[in-house]
Design a protein around this ligand. Structure first.
Ligand code: ZN
Ligand code: ZN
Length: 454
């Protein structure tokens, strides 16, 4: 606990808040900050179907004596809670004999407000048990649970292979195995209730009673709310996690990377409360007693928002890179077993222009390895297979541009062309054939008109 000993009193309470939330206590929060010895932690527990309020005194000192326990005992009596209540003193140090005796006597006498004592040694055991570790002077989230980086029913590379099935002119048997990289990204799923009532002289003008569930990207740096798709992916699969430590996934992926959680749970909680306040703030119009219309900005207080749970989990982001001749195609997605949300897709994308997305059709150029939109793919004149405008050798025959894999094919076709009779040559240009036909018809019509006019 050397590092824990360096924390200030307030930081110690933040750490304890994380500890209690991890132990399964609900509605864990700190009392208003006061100038004196710090804040108490308030929380609730459900034991045998009964909800009980718990007031915790956190003491970041060497020794805790009887007066502290006694003071808490009277404080519990005034703690507003509809139901049974109890107390707890948590310290990084130890309790004096009289403090322990006092707590034991309350218990023996079936006192309505029993007090549990947790010393530094107990804390160390609890921290170990719930996977909170001391790192750089803070307790960071240590989490072993991850959503599945692939569907065990198929192969790791299946999503990339599936994407290539949409591309014309490429066989899955021609595809090399992609280079697969998985990054386990920390996220936290937040559940919070907002209960706010806004009143003016005319009565209640606005009410918020809302439960929110959302996901936050929790890597070092600034937390960031996940997109709706990614949030749903995480929330719908939170029940289907696997142990990251036990199953390292090193056999299935070429590279395995694990990012750290950047903040403590309390920091995520504070951040989430701020986001929810912003999100729930609205401007309401109402009519006063004098028939004048007013507008009022209704912003919930911090105390109107209670964080019900903060669940850390790893969200795997998988990146497959498939090399085809001169080109490299990344395909990246967030994974939860068979479900995924694409974050980068260069397979459904033309290498020559901005056309991208799964709504278009694409054709593979076996000559250079490119994937092309319809306007950047042509038919090779000699082989009559697809070739892209990027690598094709071109030459005009019968006033029309023809596309070839290379000079050798072009020369071979030139010989064929030279040997063709006139009408075969003309067929190389459909437009020319049609115009020639129209021209002939017109001439005939002209002749008929002349004949008729005679
Ligand atoms: Zn294109
Ligand atoms: Zn090409």
């Amino acid at each position: 606990m050397a590092v824990l000993d360096d924390l200030s009193g307030f930081e110690f309470e933040d750490v304890m808040e994380d500890v209690f939330r991890n132990l399964g206590y609900e509605n864990v929060r700190q009392a208003e900050r006061t100038a004196d010895e710090g804040r108490d932690v308030m929380m609730e527990e459900v034991v045998d179907g009964t909800r009980r309020g718990v007031v915790v005194e956190c003491k970041h000192t060497g020794t805790v004596g009887r007066p502290v326990v006694q003071k808490l005992h009277s404080a519990i009596a005034t703690f507003e809670f509809d139901g049974p209540k109890r107390g707890m003193v948590a310290t990084t140090g130890r309790f004096t004999g009289p403090a322990i005796e006092y707590a034991q006597r309350l218990r023996r006498n079936d006192d309505p407000y029993p007090i549990e004592l947790i010393d530094g040694e107990d804390l160390r055991e609890i921290a170990d048990e719930i996977g909170l570790d001391l790192y750089n002077g803070r307790i960071e989230i240590l989490c072993d649970e991850t959503l599945r980086p692939f569907d065990p029913a198929t192969s790791v590379a299946a999503p990339a292979e599936e994407a290539f099935q949409d591309i014309d002119n490429i066989e899955s048997t021609d595809l090399p195995a992609p280079h697969s990289h998985v990054t386990f990204r920390p996220v936290v799923a937040v559940t919070a209730d907002t209960n706010a009532v806004f009143e003016t002289s005319v009565g209640v003008i606005h009410r918020v009673n809302d439960r929110s569930r959302f996901v936050v990207h929790a890597e070092r740096g600034h937390p960031e709310t996940a997109s709706g798709d990614v949030s749903n992916l995480v929330l719908e699969n939170l029940h289907a996690t696997v142990d990251l430590e036990a199953d390292r996934f090193e056999d299935q992926f070429d590279v395995v990377e694990e990012r750290r959680f950047g903040q403590t749970q309390t920091e995520y909680k504070d951040w989430a409360v701020d986001r929810l306040r912003e999100h729930q703030t609205t401007t309401v119009s109402y009519t006063g007693d004098n028939n004048v219309t007013y507008t009022k900005t209704c912003e919930p207080n911090r105390s109107d928002i209670s964080i019900q749970s903060i669940e850390p989990v790893y969200l795997p982001q998988v990146r497959h890179t498939t090399d085809l001749q001169e080109y490299s195609y990344p395909y990246e997605y967030f994974a939860a077993g068979p479900s995924r949300v694409t974050s980068e897709d260069e397979i459904h994308q033309c290498v020559h222009c901005d056309i991208a997305g799964t709504d278009n059709t694409y054709t593979y150029c076996a000559n250079c390895g490119s994937i092309n939109c319809n306007s950047h793919i042509k038919t090779e004149r000699l082989e009559e297979t697809p070739v892209c405008t990027g690598c094709a050798v071109t030459e005009r025959f019968a006033f029309k541009t023809k596309y070839f894999y290379d000079e050798a094919n072009r020369d071979a076709f030139r010989e064929e062309y030279e040997a063709m009779p006139f009408y075969e040559k003309a067929k190389e240009n459909t437009w020319l054939v049609v115009s020639a036909a129209v021209f002939v018809v017109l001439v005939l019509l002209g002749v008929l008109a002349t004949v008729g006019g005679l």
